[in-house]
Design a protein around this ligand. Structure first.
Ligand code: NAD
Length: 260
């Protein structure tokens, strides 16, 4: 379905981002992956995308806190792949702490990686999409783009921000064949969620098992973690012709969380 299309997915060396890259490659799109991690592991991931799906797969080490590196990533994708037709803003980090103890540098990093990087990627990729008259921009928001939880001030602010950015760019690009949507997952079992369990336990003074049962899955009526494949399937749908009239939406995949 996506043969001939080129996708850039930020933060795709693990978790949800890697699932997007695999799902696009499975549909025949060339992909540029991005993110941090062990160089050998990343090269293995890149090579396996090419081997398994017969597409071109590139890797950009651009740090989403560095606007110059972000611009360079998009320029390289355009040069090496020919275009950026699908842009997924997915890189993200989390930090859990009461606001009165929240380190200012963590606030800046979360706003920078989870929100401002999307401004820079979109700014760089949109002209090429307009020229072609086709584009898909997908932002990984979160249930925290729609509702809040305590101790996640920066994350909730960044995710509400990306919802606003999604709607704004959707309006600006609406007549150009470009759709802009956000996917808002509830708790998905990935390294990011695993890593915050210990911090949440500390902040709330409860055990890690209690965090899983009573904090994370308490919010999710299905009592099950969302899978990365379920999130990626929505991204593939958003790239289809069937979704060409969907733009400016924030789409929850959250086991009923935001129905509360
Ligand atoms: P993850 O930790 O598995 O992946 C995060 C990715 O971002 C990694 O590839 C990492 O290398 C990359 N990254 C981090 N800092 C970066 C930087 N400075 N520059 C470039 N890349 C950087 O986490 P995940 O759970 O797959 O999260 C992916 C996205 O999904 C995030 O935006 C997150 O907020 C969102 N999300 C996750 C959940 C969940 O429950 N896991 C729920 C809702 C939304």
């Amino acid at each position: 379905m996506l043969k001939g299309k080129n996708a850039v997915v930020t933060g795709s060396t693990s978790g949800i981002g890697l699932a997007y890259a695999k799902a696009f490659a499975k549909e025949g799109a060339n992909v540029m992956i991005n993110g941090l991690g062990d160089a050998d592991e990343i090269e293995k991931t890149r090579a396996s995308l090419e081997a398994e799906f017969g597409v071109k797969a590139l890797y950009s080490s651009a740090n989403m806190l560095k606007p110059d590196e972000i611009a360079e990533m998009i320029a390289t994708a355009e040069k090496e792949l020919g275009s950026v037709d699908i842009l997924v803003n997915n890189a993200g980090i989390q930090f859990v702490s009461p606001i009165d103890e929240f380190p200012a540098e963590k606030w800046d990093a979360i706003i920078g990686i989870n929100l401002t990087s999307a401004f820079h990627t979109i700014k760089a990729a949109l002209p090429g999409m307009k020229e072609k008259g086709w584009g898909r921009i997908i932002n990984t928001a979160s249930a925290h783009a729609l509702v809040a939880s305590p101790y996640k001030s920066a994350y909730v602010a960044a995710k509400h921000g990306i919802a606003g950015l999604t709607k704004t760019v959707a309006l600006e690009a609406a007549e150009k064949g470009i759709t802009v949507n956000a996917i808002a997952p509830g708790y998905v079992w990935t390294p990011l969620v695993e890593a915050q369990i210990a911090d949440t336990a500390k902040s709330r003074g409860i055990t890690e098992e209690e965090v899983k049962e009573n904090v994370l899955l308490a919010a999710q009526p299905t009592k099950e973690f969302v899978t990365v494949e379920q999130v990626a399937a929505m991204a593939v749908f958003l790239c289809s012709d069937a979704a060409s009239s969907m733009t400016g939406t924030i789409l929850p995949i959250d086991g009923g969380w935001t129905a509360h």
